[in-house]
Design a protein around this ligand. Structure first.
Ligand code: HEC
Length: 216
């Protein structure tokens, strides 16, 4: 060190000491928790401006940020190959058999969707006594059409394709639920409606023979 002037030696010491600061800061950032977002120098495409639901976007003539499906197009994975599945019809007739396999998973899904979309009017057991229907009854405004009970002879005799169609397009005073419930989910709801109907008109024959003895 004897050959170097003092100011150079001091400068080197200061610089080496300073060079530890970024490292120390990085180490601190990695170990100490903070509620603030991390420093993000090169953002790549991690943060991008986006629209919230139901907001305006002045770029489009109708000002809607949420773009409707382009008419005449089919999104990937949404192509439905059979009329029975898509419309509940074969030719001019309502289908009477389910166009997809009915299993426990489908029924569970149907029960869930039914509770969300149908039970407010039709009630959890399908007698047309949901919370909305009861409230409308007490209001007595004279404008309310009571939701149908599923347990009349007429509705029990409806083919599954007909019930599917009622969900898709609505029927008389009932609104359409096609725009809110997907095709598979609509069939799941139909399966659940059928199960509800069966549950209210079950006979001894519906009980497996080995369990009949346990009936009271
Ligand atoms: C906002 C209340 C409301 C909701 C929610 C509702 N319905 Fe209805 N539904 C009605 C009314 C009202 C009628 C009777 C319409 C009429 O007679 O004008 C009806 C009738 C029906 C019928 C009988 C149609 C026929 O064949 O005569 C079926 C089946 C049915 N609804 C199924 C459903 C299913 C399944 C859902 C859930 C996806 C659902 N409804 C959701 C109000 C509702």
């Amino acid at each position: 060190m004897n050959g170097l002037p003092r100011w150079i030696v001091y400068s080197i010491i200061v610089l080496v000491t300073l060079s530890w600061i970024p490292l120390a800061l990085a180490l601190r950032a990695r170990t100490v928790r903070s509620a603030k977002p991390p420093l993000h120098v090169v953002t790549d495409m991690d943060n991008q401006p986006s629209y919230r639901t139901q907001k305006r976007n002045m770029m489009f003539a109708d000002r809607r940020a949420m773009r409707p499906q382009v008419s005449g197009t089919v999104a990937r994975g949404q192509l439905i190959s059979s009329d029975a599945l898509a419309f509940g019809k074969e030719g001019d007739d309502w289908v009477t058999a389910f166009p997809l396999p009915v299993d426990q998973v489908l029924l569970e899904r149907g029960r869930e969707r039914f509770s969300i979309y149908c039970s407010p009017c039709h009630g959890h057991s399908g007698y047309g006594d949901g919370a909305v229907a009861k409230r409308a009854d007490t209001l007595q405004e004279g404008t309310w059409t009571p939701p149908s009970s599923f347990h009349t002879d007429l509705i029990r005799s409806r083919p599954v394709g007909h019930i599917y169609n009622s969900i898709t397009h609505g029927i008389r005073n009932m609104p359409a639920y096609g725009p809110q419930i997907s095709v598979e989910d609509r069939w799941a709801v139909v399966a659940y409606v059928k199960a509800l109907q069966r549950s209210q008109f079950a006979g001894v024959d519906d009980v497996p023979s080995d369990l009949r003895a346990s009936l009271r």
